[in-house]
Design a protein around this ligand. Structure first.
Ligand SMILES: Nc1ncnc2c1ncn2[C@@H]1O[C@H](COP(=O)(O)OP(=O)(O)OP(=O)(O)O)[C@@H](O)[C@H]1O
Length: 233
């Protein structure tokens, strides 16, 4: 995934602007966007997802141009796995139905088997037939993660997705799902304002301030620690 020289400002906002943003996320890599609140991290994810369109520059996902000043591929055609801090599930569908909905082009039985397998991977199979409103925030987040695993996306965008899980579960789940996407060779771009998080999981880090990327490099370059000590294995 490539973000090439993107500039952007919200129509109704003269104060904030993204300028000359360049980001690359290679297949199987976990890349973190790190910066304080309001620096523009989520806006970059919105541009990649197609929720907003760039003023200039271009975005390429899986070798396909999805956004430029000439073209914009619709959000539902970008095959992006999105997980936000509070991901929305379909309230009228059960947990397993929420996951099955993300799987395309297979028989009903195959979809069910894959969905159940993923619920087991995340240790939440007991909620198979529950409706989202009876689950805790953390459990709902696990279902949202399961749905993105089922979707088999071309890129995964994570916006502080683990912040409503307790610290132990957070470490476990984060390590587990990032390794899973790595094995499937799916690129992951993760947003965080916690400097510890990229240190623990990122192959490459972009540091942002006030709408600009001010530093980029491997964890070892940014934090000045040996690479073997800081990268997800
Ligand atoms: N829809 C919008 N219209 C106008 N301004 C917006 C809109 N969404 C965000 N902004 C502004 O754009 C700036 C960047 O917001 P953004 O959400 O990208 O920051 P962030 O780095 O993700 O912050 P946080 O870590 O708090 O989520 C902020 O000043 C915010 O107020």
């Amino acid at each position: 995934m490539l973000v090439n020289n993107i500039c952007y400002s919200y129509n109704n906002c003269n104060e904030f602007a993204l300028s000359n943003i360049n980001i690359q996320v290679k297949k199987g890599a976990v890349v973190c966007l790190l910066g304080h609140s309001g620096c523009g991290k989520s806006t970059i994810l919105k541009l990649i997802a197609g929720i907003e369109n760039p003023g200039s520059g271009s975005i390429v996902i899986n070798d396909r141009l999805v956004a430029s000043n000439k073209a914009s591929v619709a959000i539902e055609e970008r095959n992006i796995g999105l997980i936000f801090q509070h991901s929305a599930l379909f309230p009228h569908k059960t947990v397993i139905e929420n996951i099955i909905f993300a799987i395309k082009n297979l028989s009903k039985k195959e979809k069910y088997n894959i969905a159940l397998e993923i619920l087991k991977l995340l240790n939440i199979e007991k909620y198979e037939n529950a409706y989202p409103h009876v689950l805790s925030g953390g459990q709902q987040q696990l279902v949202a993660i399961a749905r993105v695993i089922a979707q088999n996306p071309d890129i995964v965008l994570l916006d502080e997705p683990f912040s409503n899980l307790d610290i132990l579960l957070k470490r476990q789940i984060r390590q587990y799902i990032l390794s899973l996407f790595k094995k499937k060779n799916i690129p992951v771009l993760m947003v965080t304002h916690d400097p510890q998080e990229p240190l623990e999981v990122a192959d490459f880090i972009y540091v942002m301030r006030n709408g600009k990327i001010i530093q980029s490099g491997a964890s070892s370059d940014i934090y000045n620690v040996p690479k073997a000590d800081c990268v997800l294995q």
